[in-house]
Design a protein around this ligand. Structure first.
Ligand SMILES: Nc1ncnc2c1ncn2[C@@H]1O[C@H](COP(=O)(O)OP(=O)(O)OP(=O)(O)O)[C@@H](O)[C@H]1O
Length: 249
C-alpha cells in the first residue's frame, strides 16, 4: 500500500541536525510509536512533519492531511469544549459558513467516544490537564485527516484513560485505516498498540521497524541509559517492560 506519510532522507532539528538522514514510510492502518529520551527530538519531528519547522535537508511527503494532537493547547479565548473540538472541522466548513448539523453531531460523537460528552459546554481552560488532552484528541478525530499525530497523548492520563486512548488509537488504524504516529515515554504502550516503532538513540542514531524487532531490551538500554527488562507474564498476551531503576540510599 502507498505510504500516506514518508520521510525521505530527512534531516531535521532547530539549528543543528538531530539525527542522521531518516527514511521511513508510514502506511494507512499502521501505528507508529516514537520513543526516545527527553530532549531527543520527538516533538521536533512532529513539528517538522506538520511544517511548523523547516527541514534541514530531505523531505516529508504527506497524503490526505494531518491532524495533530499537541502536548498542550492554550486557547486565546474562553472557548467551550464543543467549540475547541469544532475547530477540528475547519477544513470541512466553507469560509464564513456556519457549521452544519453534521459537524455538531461529529463533535458530540467524538466527545462520547472519549467519555467526555458531559463536558461539551464546560470552558476548556477550566478542565484538568488530562481532560484537556482528551478534548484535543476529540478535535483530531473530527478532522477526518488520513494522518493523525499525537504528542504524548497519554502523558497526563490516569490508567483507565490511558486504556481508553490506546484503544481509540488502535481503532483509528484498524477500523478507519488511518495512519497514526504517537510519541510516548512508555515503551509498553508501543508494545500494546504500535505495529512499528521509531526509536531515537543518542549520537544521532535511530532505529525503525516492526515494534517486536525494535522494542528490545538492548535497544531500550541504549535509548534510555538504564537496563529495561521485557517480561512475558503467564496470563497476559502482551509483554510488559520493567525499567531496572538503581536507587541508592
Ligand atoms: N524552539 C526551540 N528552539 C531551539 N531549540 C529547541 C526548541 N525546541 C526544542 N529545542 C531543542 O531541540 C531538541 C529536541 O527537543 P524536543 O522537544 O523535540 O525533544 P522531545 O524528545 O520531544 O523531548 P521531551 O520528551 O522532553 O518532550 C532539544 O535539544 C531541545 O532543547
Amino acid at each position: 500500500m502507498t505510504a500516506s506519510l514518508s520521510l525521505n532522507a530527512l534531516v531535521y532539528g532547530h539549528q543543528q541536525p538531530l539525527f542522521s538522514p531518516m527514511t521511513l514510510n508510514c502506511r494507512p492502518g499502521e501505528i507508529w510509536a516514537v520513543l526516545g529520551a527527553n530532549g531527543r527530538g520527538k516533538s521536533t519531528l512532529l513539528d517538522t512533519v506538520t511544517g511548523v519547522l523547516r527541514t534541514i535537508s530531505g523531505s516529508v511527503d504527506v497524503r490526505g492531511g494531518v491532524g495533530i494532537v499537541p502536548q498542550s493547547f492554550r486557547p486565546a479565548f474562553a472557548w467551550r469544549v464543543r467549540d475547541v473540538v469544532l475547530m477540528g472541522r475547519a477544513r470541512h466548513i466553507a469560509l464564513f459558513a456556519q457549521p452544519k448539523r453534521e459537524d455538531e453531531q461529529q463533535v458530540m460523537q467524538a466527545l462520547a467516544q472519549l467519555n467526555i460528552a458531559h463536558l461539551a459546554d464546560t470552558l476548556f481552560h477550566a478542565l484538568s490537564g488530562g481532560q484537556q488532552q482528551l478534548v484535543m484528541i476529540a478535535r483530531a478525530l473530527v478532522s477526518a485527516s488520513q494522518n493523525i499525530l499525537l504528542d504524548e497523548p497519554c502523558s497526563a492520563l490516569d490508567l483507565a484513560n490511558q486504556q481508553t486512548v490506546l484503544q481509540l488509537i488502535s481503532n483509528l488504524a484498524h477500523d478507519q485505516s488511518r495512519t497514526v504516529v504517537f510519541t510516548t515515554h512508555d515503551p509498553t504502550h508501543a508494545l500494546q498498540i504500535a505495529s512499528h516503532t521509531l526509536l531515537l538513540l543518542p549520537n544521532g542514531e535511530w532505529l525503525a521497524g516492526a515494534t517486536s524487532d525494535v522494542v528490545q531490551e538492548t535497544n531500550l538500554q541504549r535509548a534510555y541509559g538504564l537496563p529495561v527488562r521485557k517480561i512475558q507474564l503467564a496470563d497476559y498476551a502482551c509483554p510488559v517492560l520493567a525499567p531496572l531503576f538503581s536507587i541508592h540510599r
